[in-house]
Write a protein that binds this ligand. Structure first.
Ligand code: FAD
Length: 617
């Protein structure tokens, strides 16, 4: 039959295959179960599902969908079909399949060859682009092999996701990389975080924001992103996580997450691999300044971050400096300002963190299945939610009233943690372990803010947004009364603008909460949109406004308050040659995946400029 030959050679992708949750083996099973085979048979219009060979199908995505518009909660699959395996079926059956026509949205004919978007294949493409024979320790410079001595020297400042991936790519492509991190390696960082949570000792250089793995280490480890799950960059990053010990189901799961217990060993493996590549990793070392000559960065000035009174500075020379410092390196931002590096305030979001008992959220989201969640050990995933509300949208005359309010960094089965880097400022976030087994569900609940809101801080120039954050972090610290106690308020009292007088509901936050007037923390226009949104959410999720729901203050570091200008394509600062600002702190990412991808592509772009390979990126 005409046209079928092309299809025989390729593979098919079946999407939107729904299996009722009551029939599915559950969230931890990513194989082909009999009910899935039935859904596949239905999509193929194949009469007998048991005749289909299980091995012809590979699950590539599995998501749980409990939206109220559905008749019942379901797991939704995307499955690839190995057409050649179907050819093994008896001829009559194959005839039937060969006559199938693509059904819009369900069957997609894919090209013959799958492109393996993993980092190893990407690196090989680039290495082949050089001379096809590039060894890991050779570098190519305009066609001639350089001696290892002449390898370009690159400093990567910050070992968060963006810095790690930049180091990985540059190390693999033959640069001499020094990864400089102000905080501690994960082993000691874990002890420092323990000291914070148990004894209230905040190490200003080793905490929830600073240290190996960056802000994403003691986190929920959600691997969701708005930059496209199936893009080459995201796939390459996800596969690298699996290579370093991440669970393979993150490649299939519709809402993958790692959890702190999986992130810590993964980062240790990442570090060992970088060391094997020859990357020089120096912890407890803070970059305090840049060495600039003739408009070009020539190196960095570092000090030992463990010494409170400062240690003798040391100058290190480099051909390029990748700046991957995250959004909490306010001292580094000030240093960049002194060098007149081009940067400008950028919109972000501020608000509060709301916490409910996890069982309450399970009951709201899927009452009929809530009993099967079993603290993350059951068939059904612990429930989450995502909320977005917009106000005054599109009114160009009143830009300050155009605001969105949304849930952010939702941590089912998690806990509220302190992300301050300084004892006089208080801010919080959420983390979880891989099982998401805690009895609480927390989420940031934030409203967008932009340059109009930063006006009172205009005198700080490009750091106006940073000062805006600081203002509310200080207010929160004062409201909490010190010692990292967090100001808190029942959601019902927040809506009525009154102090919670009855005992507050329990909180997962370990350092204590204090009843406070959180409705007075932000300017009225921000408080009002938060209040209006909560009322609207109650309509969609009855029970959300509950005496058991507790608001915690304050969530300010949702993303970077500024952007460091850089050239598209080269990733180089528009104002300072040799400086490569990347990741969340530079304003080009928001989250573990997008920061990793930004770091990875910067690695390729910089390697090209350093003539480590030729060809296109
Ligand atoms: P960072 O991860 O912030 O790393 C920057 C690094 O640079 C730090 O290690 C810091 O110590 C170092 N550094 C800073 N200044 C200097 C200097 N001057 N010298 C030397 N070193 C320096 N994202 C998600 O996608 N999913 C989640 O579930 C999630 N949960 C989170 C939970 C918490 C508690 C927090 C705080 C964040 C969470 N995030 C989450 C956000 C995510 O962690 C960040 O988006 C991501 O880590 C940004 O990566 P980055 O490499 O740009 O910067």
């Amino acid at each position: 039959e005409e046209g079928s030959a092309g299809r025989e050679a390729g593979y098919w992708r079946l999407s939107k295959l729904a299996v009722p949750a009551r029939d599915d083996p559950g969230k931890d099973f990513a194989g082909v179960s009999p009910p899935l085979l039935q859904a596949i048979a239905k999509a193929l219009k194949f009469p007998v599902s048991s005749m289909l060979p299980e091995e012809a199908f590979t699950v590539i995505r599995k998501s749980f969908d409990a939206r109220k518009i559905l008749k019942e909660p379901q797991f939704v699959y995307t499955v690839d079909v190995d057409v050649k395996r179907l050819l093994d079926l008896e001829p009559r059956t194959w005839d039937f399949i060969a006559r199938l026509e693509p059904k819009l949205g369900t069957i997609e004919y894919m090209p013959d060859e799958k492109v393996a978007s993993d980092l190893v294949s990407m690196l090989n493409v680039y290495k082949q682009g050089s001379d096809g024979e590039l060894g890991i320790n050779d570098t190519v410079n305009n066609g001639s092999i350089c001696s290892p001595r002449k390898k370009p020297r690159v400093a990567v400042v910050g070992s968060g996701p963006s810095g790690l991936f930049a180091s990985l790519v540059l190390g693999e492509l033959g640069a001499e990389v020094t990864l400089i991190e102000r905080g501690q390696p994960v082993e000691q960082r874990g002890r420092d975080i323990g000291a914070l949570v148990v004894r209230r000792i905040l190490h200003s250089e080793s905490n929830f924001c600073f240290g190996e793995g960056g802000a994403g280490t003691w986190s929920d480890g959600k691997l969701v992103t708005r930059i496209g799950r199936n893009t080459d960059g995201v796939q390459a990053v996800m596969k690298t996580f699996v290579q370093f010990g991440g669970p393979p189901n993150i490649l299939v799961d519709g809402k993958p997450h790692l959890g702190t217990d999986k992130l810590v060993p993964l980062l240790r493996n990442f570090r060992h691999h970088l060391k094997e590549l020859g990357v020089n990793i120096i912890f407890n070392t803070r970059v305090d300044d840049l060495v600039v000559k003739g408009g070009q960065v020539k190196g960095v000035v570092v000090s030992d971050s463990r010494l409170q009174l400062g240690s003798p500075n040391q100058t290190l020379s480099f051909d390029a400096v990748v700046l991957a410092v995250g959004h909490s390196a306010r001292d580094t931002y000030s240093m960049l300002l002194r060098h007149n590096v081009d940067m400008h305030p950028k919109s972000f979001a501020v608000g509060l963190r709301i916490e409910h008992p996890q069982e309450l959220i399970n009951d709201i989201q899927y009452p009929e299945l809530a009993a099967e969640v079993h603290k993350g050990r059951g068939r059904i995933p612990v429930a989450d939610y995502k909320i977005v509300k917009s106000f005054g949208e599109g009114d160009a005359e009143l830009p300050e009233q155009n605001r969105s309010c949304y849930s952010f960094c939702m941590c089912p089965g998690g806990q509220v943690v302190l992300t301050s880097t300084n004892p006089s400022e208080l801010c919080i976030n959420g983390m979880s372990f891989s099982r998401r087994a805690s009895k609480w569900a927390n989420s940031a609940f934030v409203a967008t803010v932009s340059s109009h809101d930063f006006r009172p801080f205009e005198s700080h120039g490009s750091l106006a947004g940073v000062e805006f954050q600081r203002e509310f972090e200080r207010r929160a610290a004062t409201m909490g009364g010190g010692n990292f106690v967090v100001p808190a308020q029942c959601v019902t009292d927040f809506l009525s603008n009154r102090l919670s007088v009855t005992t507050l509901p329990p909180s997962s936050y370990r350092l204590g909460v204090r009843p406070s007037k959180l409705h007075e923390l932000f300017p009225l226009h921000i408080t009002e949109v938060l209040q209006q949104s909560i009322i609207m959410i109650e309509e969609e999720m009855p029970g959300f406004v509950s005496s058991e729901a507790l608001l915690h203050g304050v969530e300010t570091r949702t993303s970077s308050p500024l952007q460091i200008s850089r050239n598209t394509g080269t990733y180089e600062s528009t104002s300072l040659q040799g400086l490569y600002p990347i990741g969340e702190g530079a304003g080009y990412a928001g989250g573990i995946l997008s920061a990793s991808v930004d770091g990875m592509y910067c690695g390729f772009a910089l390697a090209k400029q350093l003539s480590l390979f030729h060809g296109d990126i």
